[in-house]
Ligand binder design. Structure first.
Ligand SMILES: [Zn+2]
Length: 518
């Protein structure tokens, strides 16, 4: 497999740790399932020692997802490696990924260890990991700023002790393509046992070079690329999977390598990650931005289809962008809805079609035409709740306008009882959250409020995202409705229920979690 490049997805580890609030186990499973559909080679599911929540996520993904290798991250210390091995126990194809800082700045300022001590730690941790798992990856953290001779020794030691993959991360996004190429060349030429392992790269985008650096490394012999969907990740993010994969596909003539990713699943994965993580994708983002293929309709209209390749280096279909604009309305039967869902990737046998169709009809009656995005939102709303909500909003009435004090009345059901409260505020949304506060009695402070239209038309679904701080931590709540006050109320209720869930199910999850600076 000399010309095959492995795609290592770290959306659930590097990507997730950069989000303002952690994803739930259920949300991570949904993304992991889609990553398996996308046919990535490795899913880095999390950093098990960092928090009980992360441990459970890795454990659940290891148990439920089949196909890709399931990888967990561990610092080069015993307790991390043992915790990682335990979380991966049920995986069919587990991988332990252990890492250690190797640059001068990491050695002297962070670890306070000499070069020899670092080499001993590498040997010990890789050996320990290998005793627990046949597939071990070692990362030389901050490799981009590590002295070349020493980096060669580190890589040789890791491979000598059983690492099958050695990762060269540009942790701080500092390198440039030529410099990175020379690092890979040096490793290829100077590490005597280099043929016993796959060289991997993990690039950050602080200077906008993550994709360029990754692709250059591939040209120089790296055979695994670590990346994330939509390029999400620490600070400016990681190399974007969709870019790396499409470069390999579109420029196979130049790179001469292949990868196993099912490119027609790219768009669906991108949208799922965008929605689950509440991280919007910029319109001009390569491959997955809403404008990335905007010219194609222009070409279509001008009737110059025969010159398509002049303008198109890849087709929208190749990344799974559906051009099907078949309109769904309240007259659409359940079979048609099912067909549409299947084309959006929802062919899971677990869908309760009659129940979903009833929800669909309710939306269609309100909205007229139901677009693909509406279906996705409805679908996600159908499956997003992994645990029952403590509170349910059953009634909302607001009054506002010029010269009227904004007031809201809410009725909230909980434990078979219903409670009603009213409040005034600076605008109807503020009045609504105050009225909800009076019922639930939690100390919630809204830090960020964001409103997006998620589908087309005047009756488009509005999606409100609220980031809120409570003594239990930071929470993100999302609500969708054709009415923005209702969407805001739902988003706020989402926060309320997440806080209740946190109190009820995982008191241990409170407090800070460790972060990996890979
Ligand atoms: Zn990273």
């Amino acid at each position: 497999m000399k010309d095959h490049v492995l795609i290592f997805d770290t959306t659930l580890r590097d990507g997730e740790q950069a989000l303002p609030a952690s994803l739930s186990v259920g949300q991570k499973i949904r993304i992991a399932r889609q990553l398996a559909q996308l046919k990535v080679d490795v899913i880095e599911a999390g950093f098990p020692i960092s928090s009980p929540g992360d441990f459970i996520s890795v454990e659940t993904i290891a148990k439920e997802i089949r196909g890709p290798i399931i990888c967990g991250l561990a610092r080069a210390v015993e307790k991390d490696i043992l915790s990682c091995a335990a979380a991966l126990r049920r995986a069919k194809r587990p991988r332990i990924h252990t890492f250690l800082g190797t640059s001068t700045i990491h050695r002297e300022k962070k670890l306070r260890r000499s070069q020899d001590e670092i080499l001993a730690m590498v040997a010990h941790s890789v050996k320990l990991a290998r005793s627990k798992c046949g597939d071990v990856e070692f990362s030389a953290e901050d490799a981009g700023r590590t002295e070349r001779d020493f980096l060669c020794k580190v890589v040789e030691t890791a491979i000598g002790n059983g690492a099958r993959t050695v990762n060269i991360p540009d942790t701080v996004g500092y390198t440039t393509p030529e410099i990175f190429a020379s690092i890979i060349d040096d490793l290829m030429n100077r590490v005597p046992n280099i043929d016993k392992a796959v060289i991997s790269v993990h690039c950050h985008n602080d200077l906008g070079l993550a994709t360029s650096n990754s692709i250059t490394a591939v040209k120089h012999g790296a055979r695994q690329v670590e990346c994330t969907i939509n390029g999400i990740g620490e600070r400016a993010g990681n190399a974007a999977l969709e870019e790396v994969v499409m470069i390999m596909n579109v420029r196979r003539d130049y790179l001469g390598v292949t990868c196993g990713v099912e490119t027609t699943e790219i768009m669906r994965t991108s949208k799922l990650v965008r929605d689950v993580c509440s991280m919007p994708v910029q319109a001009n983002k390569a491959v997955v931005g809403s404008n990335a293929f905007a010219h194609s309709s222009g070409i279509h209209q001008d009737g110059v289809l025969k010159f398509k390749s002049t303008y198109e280096i890849m087709t929208p279909q190749s990344v799974g962008l559906l051009e099907n604009k078949m309109n769904l309305t309240s007259r659409s039967g359940s079979h048609m809805v099912k067909t549409r869902l299947a084309s959006l990737g929802y062919d899971d046998k677990s869908i309760d079609l009659p129940a979903f169709h009833a929800k669909f009809k309710a939306l269609a009656d309100k909205k007229g035409t139901v677009y693909d995005d509406d279906l996705v939102v409805l679908m996600e709303a159908d499956t997003v709740e992994e645990m029952a909500d403590t509170y349910r909003l059953t009634y909302l009435n607001v009054t506002g306008g010029m010269g009227i004090i904004p007031t809201a009345t809410v009725r909230i059901a909980s434990d078979g009882k219903s409670q009603q409260e009213a409040a005034s505020g600076d605008g109807v949304v503020d009045a609504t959250t105050r009225a909800i506060d009076r019922v639930v009695g939690l100390a919630i402070k809204v830090k960020d409020y964001h409103l997006d239209a998620v589908s087309e038309g005047r009756e488009a679904l509005g999606r409100v995202k609220i980031v809120a701080v409570a003594p239990e931590g930071t929470f993100t709540g999302v609500g969708t409705s054709t009415d923005i006050v209702e969407a805001s109320a739902k988003a706020y209720m989402d926060v309320v229920n997440k806080i209740c869930r946190m109190r009820k199910y995982a008191p241990k999850l409170r407090g800070k979690r460790a972060r990996a600076s890979l």
